[in-house]
Structure formats: C-alpha cells, structure tokens
Write a protein that binds this ligand. Sequence first.
Ligand code: SF4
Length: 336
Amino acid sequence: MLEIEDLHVHFHTEEGTVQALDGVSLEVGYDEVLGIIGESGCGKSVTILSVMRLLQSPPAEIVSGSIRYEGQELLNLSEREMNEIRGDDVTMVYQDPMSSLNPVLTIGRQLTEPLRAHTDCSKAAARQKAIHMLEKCGLADAERLMGQYPNALSGGMRQRVVIAMALVTEPKLLIADEPTTALDVTIQAQILDLLRDLQKQYEMSIIFISHDLAVISEIADRVGVMYAGNVVETCSMRELFDTPLHPYTRRLTKSIPRLDTAVDRLPTIDGVVPELIDPPEGCRFASRCPEYIGDVCDANNPPLNPPEEYVDHSVACHLYDEQTEAEPPWMNSPTK
Ligand code: SF4
C-alpha cells in the first residue's frame, strides 16, 4: 500500500543543515499494522509528516527519495491532488487530542466537516455517519456529544473523538503519531483495544508511532526501528523480541521491565544521539554501540539489508556484512 524508499529530509536552520532523515525505507501492506519505534528526535514524526506532505517548507526540504501510495508518487502530486488523499484515504491521529480539536467548534461540526469535504454526503447523512462513528469509538450519548465543545470532555473521550474524526471517511491508511502518550495507563489500554478492533472491522492499515516498545508490541504486526534518522531494523513484532539483530534493538528490548525477572535497575544505553547537523560518516550508533567492531563501523553507514538466512527481517549493521569475521552477537544470546 505504502512504500517509502531512500527518503532524505533536511531542515535548514541558522545553526546549519539538520540531516533529519538519511535514506529511510519502509513499507506498509494492506490490512497491516506497522509500528515505528525510536527515541525522541530519531525521525519518526518527520517520516510520517513527509508522507502526509505536512512538513513546513522552509525550513524542511525533502531532498530525495520516493513515497508511493498505491503506486502513486505522493511527492509529485499538486497540493489539490494531495488534499484529495489526505483526510480521505489517509488520515492521522495526533499525540495531543486537545491540540488536534478546534476549541471553538462543536464536536459535530468537526466530525461532519471531513465527510462534507471528501464525499457528496448530505448534511443529515453526514450527521448520522458522525454519530455512528462516535458510537463505534465507544462514546455513549453520541447525539448529545455532537453539540458539545472539546473542553467539556475528558482526555480519553477527546482522543476517542479524534479517532472517530480520523475514521469517519473510512480511510485505507490511518497514521497514529503517539496517540496514547498523553493518556494515563488505563485509558491507554482502552485506546489500543479500540484501535485494534477498528483496524479489524474496517480492514485498514495503520502506521503506529511510539517511543514505547511495550505499547507498540500491543498493536503492531511488523516494526521498523529508527535511530538518528535511519531505519536500523525491520521485522515482525515476534522476531523483534525473539531475535533482535541490531545492537540498539537488543538494548531496547532489554530495557522493558519484566514480571518474571526481578532486577534492581533496567539496562540503559550510555551516551547520547549524535548531532544531526554534522552526523558521523559511519554508523550513527557507533559512539554508543557495545558491539562496535572498529574502523568498518566508522567508515560507512551500513545499509538496511536482510542477513543471510533471514526472510523479511532486515538490519543495518556491519556485524552482518558477509565479509565480517566477528561472530554475530546473537549466537551467544539467550534469546536465540
Ligand atoms: Fe555497532 Fe558497528 Fe553495528 Fe553500528 S555497524 S551498530 S557500531 S556493530
């Protein structure tokens, strides 16, 4: 459904050019949930804002690459053509429900607007559809809700309204950018359940972004791990936990608290993400990598490739280069 290929995005700032995305490639299939995981500033949101063509330019510039939706190159579309896809076929749920709702418009107005803009629905039919979608999203008394303003609702209800707004046009692809981060844990679980149910009912695809691996593991079929503007590993959710290949991914999976193992402190990753104004020539994780293997890591940034014997599991790390003699660390890993 969606193919992002070798995407390079820069931000031109007074301090210099930030190389925010450096050759990002990802794919989302039909009826599939792709999770994108990574720490703040790794390029998750820049990737999906590029897909939606919502990056402000300047300072942002899509330098090169391709984003194809159902075979159509999104980067070549006019703003009017893009508007026909955005909000109809492809919609988005943002992190903070309060800032994605207009405080001076009623819920009803905000829900019927996309239907009126993208379909030839009458006003009455749009209203009925909006009420139906609010009910689908678990909101009781949807008729009354239609006349209310966002400030009358709790955080959890607002996020359900935002999800209803994103789904009211029955999109093929929903992009959810940290949709549960601003919510408490109980509401977070309810919203994840809701998204999972709706994904099955409407057979849509979802790109779900989070910095929280535990949250991603609840919903995603496949996952892309990002670090400092690169995708460093892609695989199924199961493989991510069973055989994580990239040293960064392995550290991430180890930093999740487990009920069956008591530890005083969870492992952390020493060091900081490199400056993207002047990123290293080689692997961007090299300064923090516990499995650094020398000059080859500093010489060039490893491309994302499937190692031998792996299908649909790719990693960007010189440990898996054919000529590297070092034994891949997972050979001794208790997870393998
Ligand atoms: Fe570590 Fe080298 Fe692999 Fe980068 S390429 S993750 S520095 S082993």
